[in-house]
Structure formats: structure tokens, C-alpha cells
Design a binder for this molecule. Structure first.
Ligand code: NDP
Ligand code: 2IT
Length: 444
């Protein structure tokens, strides 16, 4: 029996309905077996039991009034997972599928990701089952104001610093910030992803997608390869996907397919990103409209089919469990050489096993998508300094951080006799910094 099996059992006993949380903790605990065998002091000090239990979980009612004058009620969450290495830090997700399991899995992943950035940020996540689709700006504003009217008491620039995630972008962060400032009468860096006129950082919008490509490029360079002339699939067409596609093209790759939750477009001429931005960012419309403008492109209903498009590199940037074993096997038989996660936990455990077995380079999200939160931490630094850095300066720091994360994962994987297993490398390297800080701070 593995040393950490009883912890896995404990997770199941305590969280019987939380499939995503169990999936995320199982993966990390499996990697940490190797650490547990080497470090009995972590077992003696209950580090594993403590690291899988959130420090605080907040659930609250969010009442608001829609444009028809009808009262609506949603559920709000903030899971403050681990503050050993810094204030809780992580995004807010507004999507009808949001529940406690999803927020806990995201908060758990965030702890290791934030640790890997090398910056002083702990892990947390929040959100609501509110569906922003089809809502007016007024409805979004009233919802955000109601959400913050409860959340404000739990957060602060040195306590817990939320940001965006699915369904939460610049517009929502603006409304949330306005309400926080009004209630607290304080102007500070309590949120990141803010607008550039009120404390936001240049390059934060681009950071997750750009960072994903910097990580992928570092991984490919290590094998004497690069994005140059590669065919690439990017799933999703939101914040992460759009800027992943943009950087990929700048690095010489050709993106041929993108998706939204309804379906995907395949464009043999290469995706027209200006058109995708116009459809998704400006008009908040459906990706299907792409083919109305680009007759050579094909739209197919259903987002899962995107993985049947032939590619060298796949960048899943939509949501959890969007790429399963069947999709992985299709990608492998089509000759994929690298899969890097822009989304959180987009590949199922069986898909990951398939990639590792086939020696496909696999970049786990907690490493490869850490550029967003890393740049959020740079936004916090700029807010504390009360100044702003140039785009080039932030982008250069982001690139350095992503290359460093790649090498940390690769070196750690080697040190634990699992060369090229960046999942094991990321889980162990992320864990080690948190565990050392927890050991030093006593049983808290
Ligand atoms: P957005 O809301 O900007 O975009 C999400 C995209 O994914 C949309 O194209 C959306 O399609 C699609 N999508 C969402 N849910 C589903 C679903 N259930 N099935 C199929 N498609 C879906 O979010 P982000 O780009 O910010 O986030 C994407 C992923 O990246 C998430 O996993 C997030 O946790 C992760 N991430 C985000 C970071 C950030 O800085 N924003 C940082 C690190 C990770 P549709 O438009 O139809 O809803
Ligand atoms: O999953 C993530 O890392 C994010 N959604 C970004 C979090 C942040 O605080 O910038």
C-alpha cells in the first residue's frame, strides 16, 4: 500500500460528492508518494492532511434584480485554500456549472501553481453559478455589486486577492472593484486584472495565453524544436485561448482550429484572429459566425470534435476535462508532439496517461498556465510600489518566469527519476516550497 493512500481515502470520506476535487488531489498525491518516502517529517507533521484541507470555505447568497424586475438568487463561493507562502490568490469563475467541488479543485491547483511562479502568493479560488451569457451590462453590474457586498469582508490586498477566470474579465473586475472601493473607502490592489486606468498591469490580459506559449516554446527548445511551422489547435475562444493563439502565431505556428462551448471552426488558411476577437471580445457573440465571413472555414457543432483535427501541438484552453482518453488517442495517432494546458485540468487522468505513455510532451496546467497569476502578482507589486511598468518590461518578466517554471519542472522530474514527466515535476516542485513554509510556521 502506498504511503499516501490513507490521505486519498480521507479526501473521499470528507468530500464524497466532489468528483473534480478528488481527481485533482489524486493526481497530486500520486506524484507526492516519491516525496513522502523521502521525507518522514512531512508525514509526522501532518503536512499532507493539512495541504488537502482548505483553510477556509465561504458560501453565500447573492440576490440581484434582473432587467424585468424579477429577483434572482445565485450562490457565491470563495475557498481560501492555503496561505503558507502569501495571501490567498486566485480567480473568480462565473459559470452555471460552478459548485463547491469545482472551486475546491481550482483552489487546490492554484496553491501549487502559485508556488511554481516563485512569487509570494498563496492559493484560493471563488465564483458563482451565475450565467453571464445573454445578460445586459446592467444585470452584470448589479450581480457583481451584490457579490462584492458579501465578499468584501473576506478579502484585502494582504489577505486574499481575487481576479478573473471563466466568465470574469475586465468588465466584471471593474464592477467588483468599484463596489469594493465604495464599501471600504480604500483604493488598493484588492483585485488583479483591473483596467489600465485604475491600477491594472499592462500585459495582464495577454499573460496566460502568452505565458502558455513561452512555456511550450521552452519545452520544445529543450528538444531542439520550436513552434516554427507547426500546426496548432487551440480549444476555447476566451481570454486564454485568444492570446495563446496570438503568441503562437508570433512564434511561427499556424493555428487551424478554435472552439466555444457550442462547436468548433476549422480554417485551413489559418485562423483569422482579428475576426475571432471581434466576434468574442467585442460582440460577445458565438464563434459560429466566423464561417459567415470566412467561406473556406468549416463550423462543426459540438466542441469535443476539435481534437479530431490533425495537429503537431494541442493547447486545450477552455475548461476542465475537455480532452478525454479517446481524444488523446486520436491526437496521438494524428502525430501530435506536444500538449500544453492553458485551461485548468483540461485533460482527464486517462488522457494524461496516454500522452505520457506515447512520449508526447505534456505540460500540466499548474505549470503551463501560471503566467496569468504570475502577472497578477506583478500587478500587485506595481500597486504596492504605486507605479506601472511598460508592456515590454512585464512581458520580459513573464517570459523569464515561464522559462524558469519549465526548467524547475524538468529538473525536478529528473531528480526524482521521472525524466520528461513534467506533471510529477510540477507537483513536487510546487509542493516543496509550500511544505517548507508550513513546517517553519508550526501546526496552523
Ligand atoms: P473565458 O470565459 O474568457 O473563456 C472560456 C472559453 O472556454 C470560452 O470559449 C468558452 O466558450 C469555453 N468554455 C467554457 N466552459 C466550457 C464548457 N463547459 N464546455 C466547453 N467550452 C467551455 O475564460 P478563460 O479564457 O479565462 O479561461 C479558460 C480556462 O483557462 C479555464 O479553465 C480557466 O480556469 C483557465 N485559466 C484562466 C486564466 C486567466 O487568467 N483567465 C489563468 C489560468 C487558467 P463559451 O464562450 O461558449 O462559453
Ligand atoms: O487559474 C488561474 O490561475 C486564474 N484564473 C488567474 C488567477 C489570478 O489571480 O490571476
Amino acid at each position: 500500500m502506498a504511503v499516501l493512500d490513507h490521505i486519498k481515502e480521507e479526501v473521499r470520506k470528507r468530500n464524497p460528492h466532489d468528483a473534480e476535487f478528488i481527481q485533482a488531489t489524486d493526481e497530486v498525491l500520486l506524484s507526492l508518494e516519491l516525496v513522502a518516502q523521502k521525507h518522514p517529517e512531512y508525514i509526522e507533521n501532518g503536512i499532507f492532511e493539512r495541504i488537502i484541507e482548505p483553510e477556509r470555505q465561504i458560501i453565500f447568497r447573492v440576490p440581484w434584480v434582473d432587467d424585468q424586475g424579477k429577483v434572482q438568487v445565485n450562490r457565491g463561493f470563495r475557498v481560501e485554500f492555503n496561505s503558507a507562502i502569501g495571501p490567498y490568490k486566485g480567480g473568480l469563475r462565473f459559470h452555471p456549472s460552478v459548485n463547491l467541488s469545482i472551486i475546491k479543485f481550482l483552489g487546490f491547483e492554484q496553491c501549487f501553481k502559485n508556488s511554481l511562479t516563485g512569487l509570494p502568493i498563496g492559493g484560493g479560488k471563488g465564483g458563482s453559478d451565475f450565467d453571464p451569457k445573454g445578460k445586459s451590462d446592467g444585470e452584470i453590474m448589479r450581480f457583481c455589486q451584490s457579490f462584492m457586498t458579501e465578499l468584501y469582508r473576506h478579502i484585502g490586498p494582504d489577505t486574499d486577492v481575487p481576479a478573473g477566470d471563466i466568465g470574469v474579465g475586465g468588465r466584471e473586475v471593474g464592477y467588483l472593484f468599484g463596489q469594493y472601493k465604495r464599501i471600504r473607502n480604500e483604493y488598493n490592489g484588492v483585485l488583479t486584472g483591473k483596467g489600465l486606468t485604475f491600477g491594472g498591469s499592462l500585459a495582464r490580459t495577454e499573460a496566460t495565453g502568452y505565458g502558455l506559449c513561452y512555456f511550450t516554446e521552452a519545452m520544445l527548445n529543450d528538444k531542439n524544436d520550436s513552434f516554427q511551422d507547426k500546426t496548432v489547435i487551440v480549444s476555447g475562444s476566451g481570454n486564454v485561448a485568444i492570446y495563446a493563439a496570438e503568441k503562437c502565431m508570433q512564434l511561427g505556428g499556424k493555428v487551424v482550429a478554435m472552439s466555444d462551448s457550442n462547436g468548433y471552426v476549422y480554417d485551413p488558411d489559418g485562423i483569422d484572429l482579428a475576426l475571432v476577437k471581434e466576434i468574442k471580445e467585442v460582440r460577445r457573440a458565438r464563434l459560429k459566425e466566423y464561417v459567415g465571413v470566412k467561406p473556406n472555414a468549416v463550423y462543426t457543432e459540438g466542441c469535443k470534435g476539435i481534437w479530431t483535427c490533425k495537429c503537431d501541438i494541442a493547447l486545450p484552453c477552455a475548461t476542465q476535462n475537455e480532452l478525454d482518453e479517446e481524444a488523446a488517442n486520436t491526437l496521438i495517432s494524428n502525430g501530435v508532439i506536444a500538449v500544453c494546458e492553458g485551461a485548468n485540468m483540461p485533460c482527464t487522468p486517462k488522457a494524461i496517461d496516454a500522452f505520457l505513455a506515447a512520449h508526447v510532451l505534456y505540460g500540466p496546467g499548474k505549470a503551463s498556465n501560471a503566467g496569468g497569476v504570475a502577472t497578477s502578482a506583478l500587478e500587485m507589486s506595481q500597486n504596492s510600489l504605486r507605479l506601472s511598468w511598460t508592456f515590454e518590461e512585464v512581458d520580459a518578466r513573464l517570459k523569464g518566469i515561464m522559462e524558469n517554471i519549465y526548467h524547475t519542472c524538468a529538473d525536478t522530474a529528473k531528480a526524482y527519476d521521472c525524466p520528461d514527466n513534467f506533471m510529477v515535476g510540477a507537483n513536487i516542485a510546487g509542493f516543496e516550497k509550500i511544505a517548507k513554509a508550513m513546517m517553519a510556521q508550526g501546526i496552523v
